[in-house]
Design a binder for this molecule. Structure first.
Ligand code: ATP
Length: 199
């Protein structure tokens, strides 16, 4: 069981998944908040039942899955509904993150949470690892990957911490402007340090 948890965070397109995959290659268990956020509203979950009771059955697709676009549209336009949804989902996601970290088998585990700092979840982790690159690099990488427009990505970035503030919370920072072989070497160094800290 992993007693030592490294929180991995960073802005959109800053390289979190890339770095998480490198730690996974080193045999480290990754707990991914984005995956958990989908699991807590999957068909037949308690979370989805509460959402459909609150918003009505029209919030579901024909196959009983959540109509995310519709839900996003509702909460985008209505602050009260957004708060209601966050109050439902945040505790479910938090409990599941703790649960999966407890189940992790590696000497330490990585808890990857894009909004770790924005949602003030630092108390869940022993150490904060931040992926950091220029904002222009973030925009070009994120837009290249998702086919989102630069405007959409800038909008998402505006709702996240700015780089300077984010790195003040970091115990370790990976500069993701570097090439992947250099990043891999940095991950291996951090890995050795985390193994020591976990002991
Ligand atoms: P998001 O927050 O949008 O989920 P992320 O922080 O997980 O993004 P990644 O998906 O790891 O970021 O990286 C974004 C894109 O940039 C990917 O296509 C990835 O392959 C590429 N990328 C990441 N790091 C590098 C690098 N050092 N050099 C070149 N490309 C990179």
């Amino acid at each position: 069981m992993s007693q030592f948890i490294v929180g991995l965070t960073g802005g959109i397109g800053s390289g979190k998944t890339t770095v998480a995959n490198m730690f996974a290659d080193l045999g480290i268990d990754i707990v991914d908040a984005d995956i958990i956020a989908r699991e807590v509203v999957e068909p037949n979950s308690a979370g989805l039942a509460k959402i459909s009771a609150h918003f009505g059955p029209n919030i579901l697709n024909k196959d009983s899955s959540l109509n995310r676009a519709k839900l996003r549209d509702i909460v985008f336009k209505n602050e009260n509904e957004k708060n209601w949804l966050n109050q439902l989902l945040h505790p479910l996601i938090r409990a599941q993150m703790i649960n999966q970290c407890n189940l992790a088998q590696s000497k330490y585990c990585i808890l990857a949470v894009p909004l770790l700092l924005e949602n003030k979840l630092q108390s869940l982790v022993n150490r904060v690892l931040v992926t950091d690159c220029n904002t222009n690099t973030q925009i070009s990488r994120a837009s290249h990957r998702d086919k989102n427009s630069a405007a959409q990505i800038k909008q998402i970035m505006a709702a996240q911490l700015d780089r300077e503030t984010r790195i003040t919370y970091a115990d370790d920072i990976i500069n993701t402007e570097l090439i992947l072989t250099q990043i891999r070497a940095i991950c291996e160094n951090l890995h050795q340090n985390y193994l020591k800290l976990a002991n």
